[in-house]
Design a protein around this ligand. Structure first.
Ligand SMILES: NC(=O)c1ccc[n+]([C@@H]2O[C@H](COP(=O)([O-])OP(=O)(O)OC[C@H]3O[C@@H](n4cnc5c(N)ncnc54)[C@H](O)[C@@H]3O)[C@@H](O)[C@H]2O)c1
Length: 352
């Protein structure tokens, strides 16, 4: 059985990846500081894959910050001593709010950038040289009108995006330092939404969510009265912004494909967009949510938000071709599964 370290594995995307890794019979070590997540997510992961007594053998959790060299190093040393060296890392740990990053750039650069340098340092010293990194569409110049290709121009507009961009630059430098050593994939996510169809895991934001899908589910569960839609005068078919929403389980599948791609190939560095390649307007998302779940979502239009962009859609053809990955779930699946999670867990993982 192959052993993978998942940083940030208790979080929204990480917990869904853990489900898929366990189903593929990987053994996993999750490290997470729990700054934006709960250990309950991993208990639920075990329930989904029906681990029972086997649990401690297949998934272990260590509460640790990726900036802690000694703690990380010990994890790698312990693994090697048990003759089960860590084969690769899926690196999700980091802070992810665009808005918070504008107010706290030091915290964002320290956690995301210093944290990644520390992780790579430990990996290097322990001869573990395969990594899949959670990057983001925010690194691109999003004012571009066409679908965004991996080679499209990069121009992050906020500290969060800058941290993702410089981490990619750092990983490129690392790769170039010895072309026969590292296997690196940067996965650039578009807009992950939805949840595992069991309703046992999903997005459980701590504090007020500032992205659209958790805001819709909060209105659906009557925690908020109305949904704010920023702008109905964008140059799009119905005047609202267009995004590329992708089901979090499709995103999780992409990570399994990436890890397997790294195992099969020689040292390399590659970037892949993970999106559906389809544009959905905010109003289409709201209407689909209402129809699929039979719930009314009262909304109001507010002026455009500063810095918003009318349309962001991935060109996902490279990931489809090279990773042999294909997003399978549609917008209805995203709306149904996302609501199923929120409806069963109105307070996320809190008080459970
Ligand atoms: N959700 C999105 O829309 C989106 C889009 C693009 C990229 N990403 C990236 O994907 C990754 C996962 O995102 P998510 O939505 O699951 O977020 P999340 O906040 O749910 O997960 C991140 C996890 O990392 C942990 N963490 C944060 N700082 C840490 C540190 N210093 N040490 C150890 N653990 C730490 C958090 O506790 C959390 O469990 C992040 O790197 C994020 O930037 C997310």
């Amino acid at each position: 059985m192959r052993r993978i370290l998942v940083t940030g594995g208790a979080g929204f995307i990480g917990s869904h990846i853990c489900v898929n890794l366990l189903k593929k019979n990987y053994e996993i070590i999750v490290i997470d500081s729990l700054i934006n997540s709960s250990l309950n997510a991993l208990n639920r992961v075990s329930r989904i894959v029906n681990l029972k007594d086997d649990i401690n053998k297949k998934i272990s959790f260590i509460n640790c910050d990726i900036r802690d060299y000694e703690a990380l190093n010990q994890i790698f040393l312990n693994s090697s001593e048990k003759d089960k060296p860590i084969e690769g890392v899926i690196h999700l740990a980091g802070l992810k709010s665009v808005e918070d990053s504008l107010n706290s750039p030091i915290e964002y650069w320290d956690c995301n950038v210093n944290g990644t340098i520390n992780l790579i340092n430990v990996m290097n010293n322990n001869n573990c040289k395969s990594i899949v990194f959670s990057s983001s569409a925010t690194i691109y110049d999003l004012s571009e009108r066409n679908k965004i290709h991996e080679n499209s121009f990069k121009k992050p507009k906020n500290p969060y995006g800058s941290t993702k961009f410089v981490i990619e630059c750092f990983l490129n430098d690392l790769f170039k330092s010895n072309l026969n050593e590292w296997r690196i994939i940067n996965l650039r996510y578009f807009n992950p939404i939805g949840a595992h169809p069991s309703g046992l895991i999903g997005e459980s934001p701590i504090g007020k969510p500032n992205n659209i899908f958790p805001s819709i589910t909060q209105v659906a569960s009557r925690k908020r009265k109305t949904l704010n839609i920023f702008g109905n005068d964008w140059p799009t078919k119905d005047g609202t912004c267009i995004r590329d929403f992708i089901h979090v389980m499709d995103l999780a599948d992409g990570h399994i494909s990436a890890i397997e791609y790294l195992r099969k190939n020689k040292p390399l560095i590659k970037d892949f967009n993970l999106g559906t390649g389809l544009g959905t307007s905010v109003l289409e998302l709201v209407n689909t949510f209402q129809k699929v779940n039979n719930i009314e979502i009262p909304y109001i239009f507010l002026p455009r938000r500063k810095g918003d962009i009318s349309k962001v859609i991935a060109d996902n053809s490279l990931a489809i071709k090279e990773l042999k990955w294909n997003p399978k779930r549609n917008l209805e699946d995203m709306c149904r599964d996302g609501w199923n999670w929120q409806n069963q867990n109105p307070y996320g993982f809190a008080n459970k």
